[in-house]
Ligand binder design. Structure first.
Ligand SMILES: NC(=O)c1ccc[n+]([C@@H]2O[C@H](COP(=O)([O-])OP(=O)(O)OC[C@H]3O[C@@H](n4cnc5c(N)ncnc54)[C@H](OP(=O)(O)O)[C@@H]3O)[C@@H](O)[C@H]2O)c1
Length: 349
C-alpha cells in the first residue's frame, strides 16, 4: 500500500512539543518554508506565548495521556512532527493519533530504544493505515543514516559502518538530559552497541580511542561505543554486521558535567556557537568510502532535516506506507545536497 499523496496543497503541519528548544527551531523552519504550523504541547500558556512570536500559527494544547486532545491537535493537518521527548513516553500516543488521522508522522527521537520500538511496533499498523512514519529524522539518526547511505553508494553491503562525531562543545537542553536518564534506566546502566548483526549490551566504561577527522578538526580523543539512533535506523536498510560510533571526549564531558548548562543563542537564528563534524566511513574488503557533514548547532540543524523530510513526504512521489529510515525513503545525496550550503557543508567521496 502507498500513502495517498493528496496533501500537496495543504501546508498545515502540527508540531507536538512546539515550545521545546528543538520544537521552536522546527516551528521557525516550517514558517520559513511556507508551512503553517499548529503549535501543540501540554502547556497552553507556553503555546500561547510562543504563538505571539509566530504570527499565523494556531494553538492546540494536547496531552499524550488524552488521545482526544491529540486528535483535535492533528485535525486537518497534513503531517505531524513530534519534538516532545523523552520519546519513550510520547512516540506511541502521537503515532497512534497520526494513524487515526491517516497523516505522516515524523519525529526527532535520539533514543535508540524508542526508535527501535517504532520500527518493531508500527511497521504493520502504519502499512495498514497507509501512513508513512519517519522516526529519528534529526541530527542523531537521520543525518548519520543519510551520510552512511550516501557513502555506501552502489555497495550492496559493508563489513563495518563507523560514525564519528566531533562536537566543539555540548550544552545539553533539559530534554537531552532527561532523555539520557530515561535511556540509562532502560538499559539498566549498560551500554548498547550494534555488533555482529544485532544490538548487544555491554557493561563497564566505554573505551576511549582516537579518531582523525578531516582538517582542520584533526585527531581527537573519542569515546567509542557512543551508540546513537542511527544504529537503530541503519540496520533497517543497509547491510552491515557492525556499526561503530565515536563521540569526542570533550563533548561527552560537557554532557555529563554536573553543572551542564543549556545552549546559548549567538546568532539571529537562535543557534549556539557549537560546531559539529560528522564523518561516516563504510568499509568493505579493505576498501573505504566516506561522507562528511559540518555545521553549527545540533539542535538547530535538526529543524531543516525534519522539515525537508516533511516537505519531501508531502510533495514527492507517493511515499510507501510503513516505518522508514531517512536513507531508505529519500535519495540520500539529493536530500543532503538540498541542505547545503545553508545548513550543512558536505564532502561525500
Ligand atoms: N535526534 C536528535 O538529534 C535530536 C535533536 C534535538 C532534540 N532531540 C530530542 O528531542 C527531545 C526534545 O529535546 P529539546 O532539546 O527540545 O528539549 P526541551 O527544550 O527540554 O523540550 C522538550 C519538549 O518536550 C515536551 N515534553 C516532554 N515530555 C513530554 C510529555 N510526556 N508530554 C508532552 N510533552 C512533553 C516538553 O514539554 P514540557 O516543558 O511541558 O515538559 C518540551 O516541549 C529530546 O528527547 C531530545 O533528545 C533529538
Amino acid at each position: 500500500m502507498t500513502t495517498q499523496n493528496t496533501k500537496v496543497s495543504n501546508p498545515v503541519v502540527a508540531v507536538v512539543g512546539a515550545y521545546g528548544h528543538t520544537g521552536r527551531f522546527v516551528v521557525a523552519e516550517l514558517r520559513r518554508r511556507g508551512f503553517v504550523p499548529i503549535l501543540s504541547g501540554r502547556d497552553a500558556d507556553r503555546l500561547h506565548a510562543l504563538a505571539t512570536t509566530q504570527p499565523g500559527s494556531e494553538v492546540r494544547p494536547a496531552s499524550v495521556d488524552d488521545p482526544a486532545s491529540l486528535d483535535r491537535a492533528l485535525a486537518g493537518a497534513a503531517a505531524v512532527i513530534n519534538c516532545a521527548g523523552p520519546f519513550a513516553s510520547t512516540s506511541a500516543p502521537v503515532l497512534d493519533a497520526a494513524l487515526r488521522a491517516r497523516i505522516p508522522y515524523l519525529d526527532v527521537a535520539a533514543e535508540l530504544e524508542a526508535v527501535a520500538d517504532t520500527f518493531a511496533g508500527y511497521a504493520g499498523p502504519a502499512r495498514d493505515a497507509g501512513v508513512v512514519v519517519v522516526p529519528a529524522m534529526a541530527f542523531y539518526g537521520g543525518l548519520g543514516d543519510l551520510l552512511a547511505t550516501a557513502a555506501m553508494d552502489d555497495w550492496p553491503a559493508a563489513d563495518r559502518i563507523s560514525i564519528a562525531y566531533a562536537l566543539s562543545s555540548w550544552h545539553p537542553t533539559r530534554g537531552t538530559r532527561v532523555t539520557g536518564q530515561v535511556s540509562a534506566r532502560r538499559r539498566d546502566g549498560r551500554r548498547v552497541v550494534y555488533a555482529d548483526h544485532r544490538m548487544r549490551y555491554r557493561t563497564g566504561e566505554a573505551p576511549v580511542t582516537q579518531w582523525t577527522f578531516p582538517a582542520p578538526t584533526g585527531t581527537q580523543a573519542v569515546v567509542a561505543e557512543f551508540t546513537m539512533a542511527d544504529s537503530a535506523t541503519i540496520p533497517t536498510h543497509l547491510k552491515t554486521p557492525d556499526i561503530r560510533t565515536y563521540m569526542s571526549v570533550a563533548a561527552v564531558a560537557d554532557l555529563r558535567a554536573a553543572d551542564a548548562s543549556p545552549p546559548v543563542a549567538v546568532d539571529e537564528q537562535g543557534r549556539s556557537a557549537q560546531t559539529f563534524v560528522v564523518e561516516v566511513v563504510v568499509a568493505r574488503a579493505g576498501e573505504t568510502r566516506r561522507a562528511v557533514a559540518r555545521g553549527q548547532d545540533i539542535y538547530a540543524v535538526t529543524a531543516p532535516l525534519v522539515v525537508e523530510a516533511t516537505h519531501r513526504v508531502l510533495t514527492g512521489p507517493d511515499a510507501p506506507a510503513g516505518v522508514f529510515a531517512a536513507g531508505a525513503l529519500f535519495d540520500a545525496r539529493d536530500f543532503l545536497g538540498s541542505l547545503s550550503p545553508r545548513h550543512l557543508t558536505l564532502d561525500i567521496g
